[in-house]
Structure formats: structure tokens, C-alpha cells
Design a protein around this ligand. Structure first.
Ligand code: ASP
Length: 597
């Protein structure tokens, strides 16, 4: 996955080769390298310097016996000094198998300090002693570390592969504006005040959604854009306030066309960037099935541990907790019957954490002899527990874990967290394995307690499934959307839908979403108007570039594949942004702050 540095011929004035380039075949040549001093070691009369650049590390060697003045000068080099060194490539006495240049070293005859450096606040190596905050504050130094650099190289190559793949299929990249209008659906907008239009604000796009649909009206029929998107949401490991989407739209297509096109692209990326051939068609699963079997609309399909519904098995009028539940479900963790009391207590604590919110955890161990010992033994007969074992298809040595609750959806989500945790503990979530899945048939709407109305689950431009259109008036909550998400290893890596192109249906959708005709006109008049001028049937999808890169690179956070990311409070600690602006700027905008203490 390393950039093919060998093919990059540098003709720079400062160097003849890069620090990743020289091999035994270069022995005897006189070369000049330039880079940063990673470290110096003094051993007897010899001084060794590891010189680093973007392409690798090459060992420089100085010998007191040959040139004492030069060697003493080398001894004075500090970490991260920038130098230019000339010398002869020679075979190393003790080779370093871990380094591509490990067979050679440069016997330096001359060097220049191009710039000095302060002592860096953390070690600039693959494994660093710098904590997150420090690394982010000095991100320009962090980016010198090869593992961080490799992530950006991978990102670059992914963009190239995406552009080539889509261009070959006739897609064209169109840039859409970043200063647009605010829309009320979806996440919160980032807004930008307009100086020329006092009291008015642009919003940064949460996605180029409406603009790409307008491009379809314009006849561009296959559009894409590697687009910056902005959402003012609470942040998590896989979220940043600004992120990048591979945003696509096509005309005259059905869901199947889009799935084929972008499944093809995913396979192409896996093959070219990871060397992984995904030959089989990706799994597909309706949303309702995913929720029932895994309690999630983005199930991690690298492992099984599917939910088993246990209402009939355990709601027997003998155990009040289960008798009062509206959902009881279990998973079976293979080989975990040996879990100690302490481990089970930990698991109970885990599901009771506020982020998960379960009330408790019931377990049953299946012994090697097939007998069942559970935390609810006193409420059930041996026969009833054996029925449980059969229902769970549990084998000797398995641990059955059960959650219950009055809200089926909530309880399933809790069980989903437990399943993921057990998958993690059992090593079933291998980062080098990839399980891809399309989730389809999403509900069109979801009820928002906060807003007291139905909200679009994807966005208000999503087309309902044809066969459900007749339910829009009577049972909107049962209407399914012609929408699809792509999931990789339990992470939503993309999603999209077939769009509404009929202005009447679009108007109806706004009505169901609680817009008055005036409000719909004010917010989305431009789109509905455009639809009156011959909008083709169209649909599309957006892939999260940051998420794809982090999956390919095996990262835990998308932050590590973004050059200058924000922290969890949305701050760029290096630039110290956001920050107050000058009173003069505020005055120009005629904005008066009204900050609460
Ligand atoms: N604009 C959508 C999103 O950002 C994706 C799409 O429907 O194309 O999630």
C-alpha cells in the first residue's frame, strides 16, 4: 500500500534520490539526499543518522577515522534538523531487514544543515509517545509519521481510482457551490453571514443533494463530485463536522442500476487498493429483516450471533421481568460458558451503561454435559431451560445472553451493542475481513418525538417504493422508501435513493412532513419549479470517502485519514478555530452577539 516511490524520479536541485529509493544495486554511486534527521546514534568512532523523507529512511554513516571534523558536526545534529547530505552508497555491515533501504548506507563526505528544528514535542515515528491532543496541536509534525502519511496517500489513490472508474463509465465531475441556502431537514446547518445582504445567511451544504438533482434536470445524466459536506452534529469517532463524500447521481435508472454501478465501484476499490477480490454479489437485506436479526440497520456481517426472539419461550408467567416485557431476545456466544462471575458482572455493567441503557442481563451457561445453569434458575424448570437451549440452538460450552424490555426497538438496539461487544471479545471482527451488505426497503418516515411529526428517514426527495405509494395518505409510517445503504463491517459507507421527479408527489411528501405549501415553496420552490421543466427519473448515492479510507487502512477513527481534523468538540486545536472575530468584522456584518453567560 506504499506509494511506488521507485517510479518517482526526482530531479530536484537539492537531491539526486529520495530516502526510500536506494538499494544494493546503487552501491558505489555518489548520491545526494535531503530530509529530516529522525535520530542519531554514536557507536565508538562511528555516528549513524537516520534520514527521513516522505519516501522512507536511509542510514547515513560518519566515521571519525575518516573525517573527525565532519563526524563531530554530525554529532551536533538535533532531531528533525533538515539536512542535505552527499556521499557514496555502500553495502551495510549489519543489514536492517525491516527497512527497504536496509541493505545500504551512505558514507557521507559532505553535508549542509538546511534548517534547524526545536526538539519535537513527541517522537516522530510509527509508534509515538504523543497523546491525541498534542499530536493534533502539532499535526504538521504528526503528519511526518509514516503511518499517518500512508493514510493520506491511500486517500489520494482512492480519489484517483474513483475518478478513473466513474469517468470511464461516462460520469462527469461537476463542482457545486459551498455557499448555499439553509434547509430545515436533516442535521443542523453551519451558517455564514452575508456582508452584502445584511441579516442574511448562507448555509454550507450538508450534501449537494438538491444541486445534483438539478444537474439531472439539466441533462447531465451521470454526475459525480468528491464533495466537502458540513453537518453541525454531535461528533463521534466516525463523524467530523466537515467530511468528504463521493457524491453521485444518475438519470434514467432504477435502484438495481445504481446498486450494480456502485457495487462495481466498491469491488474495484477493494481490488486496486487492498488487493481483495470480492467476486460474489454483495448480500442484500431489507431494513426490517436487519432490525429483527441484528437490531441494526448496519449489521456487522463478519460474524453470526443472530438474535433469537424468546417471547414464547420465556414469557411463561413465572418471571415478572420477562412477563412485563414486549420483547425478549437472546444471542448465543460460542464457547463462553466458562465466563467467570466477574466477567458476567462486567458484561452486565456494560449493557447497563447509560449509552446502552439496558436494565439488566440474564444469562444461561450450557455445560459440557449439556445441562443449563442460568441466572434465572429459580423462575424456570429444567425442562423450560432445556427448551431455551434448543430454541437458541446452543451447543455445550455456549453462553446464552438475554435482554428484555418494553420497547422492542430499543431492546434490539441494546442487544445489538451486546452482540458487537461479544464479537469483539471473541475476535470475530477482524479488520482484514470485509463483509459487505446492501440494506434496502428503509421506512420512508420516522417519528420524531422532538419535532412531534414524521421526518424523512433518508431525505424528503426520496421516492417511496411504487407498491407503497397508495399508503401515503392512510398509513405513512408503513411506507417503504426506494432507498439503499451500503454497509461494510457494520459501518454505513454509503447510501442513496431513487428520487421523486414528479412535482405533485414531491409536494405531497412535503405535506406529510408537515410543511405548509407556502413553507415548501419558500424552502424548495427552486426544485419543484425545476421539476416542472421535464425532470428525468433519477437517483443516486453518496459514499463516505473518509469512512472508506479508514476501513481500508484499518483505522479506528476517520480522523486519522484527514490531514487536519477537528476534535470531539469540533475544534481545530492547531489553528485554534473556531474563535471570536474582530468587533470590526461584526460591525461590518451588523451582527450583535447575545452570548449567554
Ligand atoms: N445526499 C445523501 C446523503 O448525503 C446521499 C444521497 O441520497 O445521494 O446522505
Amino acid at each position: 500500500m506504499i506509494l511506488q516511490t521507485k517510479n518517482i524520479k526526482t530531479k530536484d536541485m537539492y537531491r539526486t534520490h529520495t530516502c526510500g529509493e536506494l538499494r544494493i544495486g546503487h552501491a558505489g554511486q555518489t548520491v545526494t539526499l535531503a530530509g529530516w534527521v529522525q535520530r542519531t546514534r554514536k557507536m565508538g568512532g562511528m555516528t549513524f543518522v537516520d534520514l527521513r523523507d516522505r519516501y522512507g529512511i536511509t542510514q547515513l554513516v560518519f566515521n571519525e577515522e575518516k573525517d573527525i571534523a565532519l563526524t563531530e558536526e554530525a554529532n551536533r545534529l538535533g532531531r528533525e534538523y533538515v539536512i542535505q547530505a552527499t556521499g557514496t552508497v555502500s553495502e551495510r555491515y549489519s543489514k536492517n531487514k525491516n527497512l527497504p533501504t536496509g541493505d545500504i548506507e551512505i558514507e557521507v563526505t559532505e553535508f549542509n544543515v538546511l534548517n534547524k528544528s526545536l526538539t519535537p514535542p513527541f517522537t516522530i515515528e510509527e509508534e509515538t509517545d504523543g497523546g491525541d491532543d498534542l499530536r493534533m496541536k502539532y499535526r504538521y509534525l504528526d503528519l511526518r509519521r509514516p503511518n499517518v502519511r500512508r493514510n493520506l496517500e491511500l486517500r489520494h489513490r482512492m480519489c484517483i481510482e474513483v475518478r478513473n472508474y466513474l469517468s470511464n463509465l461516462g460520469f462527469i465531475e461537476v463542482e457545486t457551490p459551498v455557499l448555499i441556502g439553509s434547509t430545515p431537514e436533516g442535521a443542523r446547518d453551519f451558517v455564514v453571514p452575508s456582508r452584502m445582504n445584511k441579516g442574511q445567511f448562507y448555509a454550507l451544504p450538508q450534501s449537494p443533494q438538491t444541486l445534483k438533482q438539478l444537474l439531472m434536470v439539466s441533462g447531465f445524466d451521470r454526475y459525480f463530485q468528491i464533495a466537502k459536506c458540513f453537518r453541525d452534529e454531535d461528533l463521534r469517532a466516525d463523524r467530523q463536522p466537515e467530511f468528504t463524500q463521493i457524491d453521485c447521481e444518475m438519470s434514467f435508472v432504477t435502484q438495481e442500476d445504481i446498486i450494480q454501478t456502485f457495487e462495481g465501484m466498491a469491488k474495484h476499490l477493494f481490488k486496486t487498493l487492498r488487493g481483495v477480490e470480492l467476486n460474489e454479489p454483495f448480500l442484500r437485506m431489507p431494513w426490517a429483516e436487519a432490525m429483527k436479526r441484528f437490531g441494526s440497520d448496519k449489521p456487522d456481517m463478519r460474524f453470526g450471533m443472530e438474535f433469537v426472539e424468546l417471547m414464547d419461550t420465556l414469557q411463561l408467567g413465572t418471571f415478572p421481568v420477562f412477563d412485563n416485557a414486549n420483547y425478549i431476545g437472546g444471542i448465543c456466544a460460542p464457547g463462553c460458558a466458562t465466563y467467570t462471575r466477574k466477567q458476567l458482572d462486567q458484561l452486565t455493567e456494560y449493557v447497563k451503561r447509560p449509552q446502552i441503557g439496558a436494565k439488566g442481563l440474564v444469562y444461561a451457561r450450557v455445560g459440557e454435559d449439556g445441562s443449563v445453569k442460568s441466572s434465572v434458575d429459580k423462575f424456570y424448570t429444567t425442562e423450560q431451560l432445556n427448551t431455551l437451549k434448543d430454541k437458541m440452538q446452543a451447543a455445550p460450552g455456549d453462553l446464552i445472553l438475554i435482554l428484555s424490555g418494553d420497547d422492542a426497538m430499543k431492546t434490539r438496539k441494546q442487544l445489538c451493542e451486546l452482540r458487537l461487544e461479544m464479537g469483539q471479545r471473541l475476535g470475530l471482527r477482524d479488520k482484514n475481513k470485509f463483509a459487505l451488505l446492501w440494506v434496502t426497503e428503509f421506512p420512508m418516515f420516522e417519528w420524531s418525538e422532538e419535532e412531534g411529526r414524521l421526518m424523512a428517514m433518508h431525505h424528503p426527495f426520496t421516492h417511496p417504493m411504487e407498491e407503497d405509494i397508495n399508503l401515503l395518505d392512510t398509513r405513512p409510517e408503513d411506507v417503504r422508501a426506494d432507498a439503499y445503504d451500503m454497509v461494510c463491517n457494520g459501518i454505513e459507507v454509503g447510501g442513496g435513493s431513487i428520487r421523486i421527479h414528479d412535482p405533485k408527489l414531491q409536494a405531497k411528501m412535503f405535506e406529510i412532513l408537515g410543511f405548509t405549501p407556502e413553507k415548501a415553496e419558500e424552502q424548495f420552490g427552486f426544485l419543484m419549479n425545476a421539476f416542472k421543466y421535464g425532470a428525468p427519473p433519477h437517483g443516486g448515492l453518496a459514499y463516505g470517502l473518509d469512512r472508506w479510507v479508514s476501513i481500508f487502512a484499518g483505522l479506528d477513527s476517520i480522523r486519522d485519514c484527514i490531514a487536519f481534523p477537528k476534535n470531539n468538540s469540533g475544534r481545530d486545536v492547531m489553528l485554534d478555530a473556531p474563535a471570536p472575530i474582530d468587533q470590526k468584522q461584526l460591525d461590518e456584518l451588523e451582527i450583535k452577539l447575545n452570548l449567554k453567560k
